[in-house]
Design a protein around this ligand. Sequence first.
Ligand SMILES: Nc1ncnc2c1ncn2[C@@H]1O[C@H](COP(=O)(O)OP(=O)(O)OP(=O)(O)O)[C@@H](O)[C@H]1O
Ligand SMILES: [Mg+2]
Length: 500
Amino acid sequence: MEELLGVRGIHKYFPGVHALDDVAFSVKAGEVHALVGENGAGKSTLIKILSGIHKPDAGDILLSGKKVDWKNPREALEAGIAVIHQELSLAPHLTVAENIFLGREPRKGPFLDRSVMRQKARRILERVHASFEADRETGTLTTGERQLLEIAKALSLNVRVLAMDEPTSSLSSRETETLFSLIDELREQGVGIIYISHRLEEVFRVADTVSVLRDGTYAGGGPIGEFNEEDIVRLMVGRSVDVLFPREAPPPGEVALEVKGLCRQGVLEDISFSVREGEILGFSGLVGSGRSNVARCLFGLEPFDRGRVLIRGEEARIERPADALESGLFLVPEDRKLQGLFLNRSVESNATVLQLVRRLLGRFLVDRRNRRLEAERLTTELNVKYADLDQEIANLSGGNQQKVAIAKGLSVNPGILILDEPTRGIDVGAKAEIHHLMNRLTHEGMAIIMISSELPEILGMSDRIVVMREGRIAATFDRDEATSERIMLAAAGGERNVLL
Ligand SMILES: Nc1ncnc2c1ncn2[C@@H]1O[C@H](COP(=O)(O)OP(=O)(O)OP(=O)(O)O)[C@@H](O)[C@H]1O
Ligand SMILES: [Mg+2]
């Protein structure tokens, strides 16, 4: 097979980090090459070098065996190298069609040809089985839909190499299957594909070859058939990791949160459930089934028309996040970029910002030294990789940003914590750490609501499971009666079970 794109002897330094240390890598025509490694290992950095976003500090980039020196991403794109980035980069105020054709709009003479643009966009959206329209405003799409749009956009280019950085993190399993068949198609056409994912089962499903990065160095790799999951994890973290989900539930305490008949017109209907101190209540369902809307209503980010929220038996009036915080309820949202973090602020201020909010509310006094210690404690506990506490969040790797978002939630020590997709984009080792932490917090009496699209995580960590479908609760299961089949049936509309 022809070698399409590669690097050799690549070094990349950032302040305080040797992000890539003498790395060699290449992708061939018709090959799916998986790139795996822990959070902060250097995967995104490598992709950014291959696609002209970053310049290497040393080493060569090779296109069909010839040295190239990208001046900017556009040059790489013109050579047929497209990237679907981990942090989505669409313009929210433009329509779907405008985003697909941004910078290369179809024209009729000097004018934008809107009807051709819409038509072409429609065809591309069909290819990825998108259920949204070409003239929707992009900002109104869900995270999963925006991810599909990024994929559609990349496919509309005439690509020779397509790099995908965590493309499935917000996709439903059906959308993921669609993506896999598209990948198979592209492989047939001789496109070289670089596939980054923390989900090893996906790597085994799509990849021909695997390369493992560890702390910026090449740790090993080869044809995927020569590895099993354990081998790869060992290469990634340098030791074996227990990738099972070890829920150890304490005896449940008092009811911490009770939701009665929550309605939001056209979005949520008659949502009722409760969660006790020490309990983990899992929320399962398809992407778009309303799970995140419930979370956002409870945290005061979305209004609701009807329904009551009782916190420790008392009626809570939640109209803004500050009200929720005041009642001891906190949400770590699924989209950290839009809602979770202040990207141009430091790790320290992000990890502890809520303590400041509380201070403003007159709860406690936190001096600056304490704040730093607290940030250090939380980020060490979650094994966040950063150069120092004053580093801007925007410069952390994707998974490490997610960990800071969780640290931020923990810093207020809320009685009720809602985690929306807490381990998305998180490496296997850190995932186990987050699960251990959830166990510990429930032993200290915290009530946790965990929204997750990963069935093994739902089944492994939840004491009870709520399954949502089309804005309603379709079923609830106790831990010992839940199976992936029953959950999937309920999520897709096959089974209507007893409600709470
Ligand atoms: N623009 C930047 N400025 C400073 N440091 C950076 C920058 N981009 C990346 N880094 C650092 O380089 C290292 C590698 O980051 P990179 O984003 O490549 O990791 P990754 O393997 O993609 O991780 P993840 O799985 O979490 O996405 C990290 O320590 C990160 O903090
Ligand atoms: Mg990354």
